[in-house]
Write a protein that binds this ligand. Structure first.
Ligand SMILES: Cc1ncc(COP(=O)(O)O)c(C=O)c1O
Length: 473
């Protein structure tokens, strides 16, 4: 047998590239994607060694290396030193996203960015449901199909509320979504093609990392400083490659707490105009009007999208968000929405809009902002002298650990003391090195005293030396 025949006999995966018109490496990646989608290649399955596949397909090893690298970039496979290249497993995504059942029983959970628990929420939702049940036309509207953008009435209510809050927009610009995460995903799916690049701060919201991976998009990490994305670094990256969309959290970066001043926003808009970037501003971590800067869609309306969600104000379980888009992009976004699941359920849109625009909600949201501000002050007091990134009414703070602490050890030791935290890893784009830092959410405990208990335990831990119990070999 010749070398090719021998190699073919030993290859458990043999893509047929004969009819492919694209470059060989590209055709190989496309075949790989199709076979994964079809289930021919299972999650975790090892791909043939590069030399063997090169011999089997009669191409150079360089072609296979390039294809495997591209497949990794598109999130199809994972390469591990010593164990080759494998089809990505769902488990590989797990640590990169939220762990909703992360906290051990009895532990002080400071890991999740959730609204502060309060019995007011359940009472207010019950009142809204009662009100809607008796409002003429409301139930019929909830039973009907509506346009993909969502019903005019619900969009008008949300747009009106946002306008009152200093985020002015018209109902026609809004597309209702099933929460902020859905809006993030929808924007990427509709506006960025597979293989194209999306950029964000090097430390960003894990849901965005999950979305770019799921869609096979390249995710470019932009270096940051205390105000978030650095415009000159973004410019450099744009000169090196075609970036289609820039994801931004200018008010309160999740996780670092970085906030962009006006000059920084304007500098980013200039780069975006020079390189024709779309700007996707995620406003889910909604902050008070007094602390908010100019949204990007007001600086560059022609290229900017804005995401809002009621998750952090009312309740995450409502799954109700909205995406503001320039008029020329609305049709593309609604076409994608139609292909997914037509439109957000009107029942949920009515519930969220009715609740958000009620005086009850005003009471709840004002209470929460005051409570969160008090919790941030408490955190600043307890962790005085440490490097903290936070927003005065933000749900979380970012603690850069003092030497020689490593985040992984700190998270583990905090768990032993009954405090649940998340380290930097899930927020890191691509293979960026994770800083030795942890995110502390101040909102999950129902009682402020419970937060204090958690913070006191963390302060005590910070005063200790990390345990060195790893083997010395
Ligand atoms: C920045 C950011 N975007 C989006 C989301 C998801 O929002 P939703 O629960 O509305 O899907 C979160 C949730 O923590 C977030 O922090």
């Amino acid at each position: 047998m010749d070398i090719q025949a021998q190699a073919r006999a030993r290859c458990h995966w043999l893509p047929n590239l004969d009819a492919a018109a694209t470059p060989r490496y590209q055709a190989l990646v496309d075949r790989l994607a199709a076979d994964i989608a079809a289930g021919t290649l299972a999650p975790g399955e090892r791909l043939p060694p590069q030399r063997l596949l090169a011999d089997a397909l009669k191409v150079t090893v360089g072609t296979i290396t390039r294809a495997y690298r591209e497949a990794e970039r598109r999130g199809l496979v994972e390469a591990r030193v010593g164990s080759g290249t494998r089809v990505r497993t769902l488990a590989a995504d797990a640590p990169r996203f939220h762990h909703l059942s992360h906290a051990a029983d009895g532990s002080v959970d400071l890991s999740l960015s959730v609204p502060v628990p309060h019995p007011m929420r359940a009472q207010q939702l019950a009142t809204v449901l009662e009100r809607l049940a008796h409002r003429p036309g409301a139930i019929d509207a909830a039973l009907a199909y509506h346009p993909e953008q969502g019903s005019q009435a619900s969009r008008e209510a949300l747009a009106g509320w946002l306008t009152e809050q200093g985020v002015p927009m018209a109902a026609d610009e809004l597309i209702l979504t099933s929460g902020g995460q859905h809006a993030d995903y929808l924007a990427l799916q509709a506006l960025v093609k597979p293989g194209e690049a999306v950029a964000s701060a090097a430390l960003t919201y894990p849901g965005m990392i999950a979305a770019t991976r799921q869609l096979g998009l390249k995710h470019v990490a932009v270096p940051m400083d205390a105000e978030g994305i650095r415009p000159e670094a973004l410019e450099r990256l744009c000169l090196q490659q075609r970036i289609r969309l820039l994801y931004l959290m200018p008010e309160h970066n999740n996780p670092t707490g970085a906030r962009m001043g006006q000059a920084r926003r304007e500098a980013i808009v200039e780069v975006a105009r020079r390189h024709d970037l779309l700007l996707l501003e995620d406003g889910v971590q909604f902050v008070t009007a007094e602390t908010r800067g100019t949204p990007f869609y007001r600086l560059a309306p022609e290229r900017s999208l804005y995401i809002f969600s009621v998750s952090k104000l009312l309740a995450g379980g409502l799954r109700l968000g909205a995406l503001r888009a320039p008029a020329n992009l609305v049709a593309r976004l609604t076409a994608a929405l139609r292909a997914q699941y037509w439109a957000v359920p009107e029942l949920m849109a009515r519930v969220a809009a009715d609740w958000l625009t009620s005086s009850d909600a005003r009471t709840l949201i004002d209470w929460q902002w005051q409570e969160v501000a008090a919790r941030q002050r408490l955190l600043a007091e307890r962790l005085e002298g440490h490097r903290i990134g936070a927003h005065p009414c933000g749900f979380h703070a970012w603690l850069t650990l003092p030497e020689p602490w490593r985040a992984v050890d700190f998270v583990a030791r905090a768990a032993e003391r009954g405090v649940t935290l998340i380290g930097a890893d899930p927020f890191c784009v691509g293979s960026q090195p994770a800083p030795q830092a942890v995110r502390i959410c101040v909102t999950p405990p129902a009682e402020r005293a419970r937060l204090d208990e958690g913070l006191t335990r963390l302060t005590a831990l910070l005063a200790e030396e990390p345990r060195r119990d790893s083997p010395l070999v």
